[in-house]
Design a protein. Sequence first.
Length: 158
Amino acid sequence: MGVAGSGKTTVAALLAGRMGAAFAEGDDFHSPANVEKMSAGTPLTDDDRWPWLGGIRDWLAERAAAGESAVVPCSALRRAYRDRLREAGPVRFVHLTGSRELLSERIQGRAGHFMKPEMLVSQLATLEPLADDEDGFAVGIDGKPAALVDEILRRLGR
């Protein structure tokens, strides 16, 4: 989990590969209307997000029912969003964190992504870090993706 520019997709894909887990890109669950809104620089509302989160939840539940581990990069900015994802069964969150400056720099350097740089402000305002009673932990994004995955696996006890 994390805001745009935190490296969710890169880290999650590497993590899934190292774990032998199923992988799905969280952005692929967005409706065309959501992508259009974000492409225009309009932040999503909760009403926009619930179906998207429900799709991810359902995919995670299918993997759990099949006895598979799964990894999905997803912003999951608010606890209520994470609660929706936890409806799939036990979910462990890894919050990728970084400075506003680093996140902004990364977003500015991306080409072809629907998330507009100015939307980082909205995401940071919406972000509710993991609470002590939520299953998960934060990892800083200053290192290389492979090193972040090593740290995540260590913290997962793998």
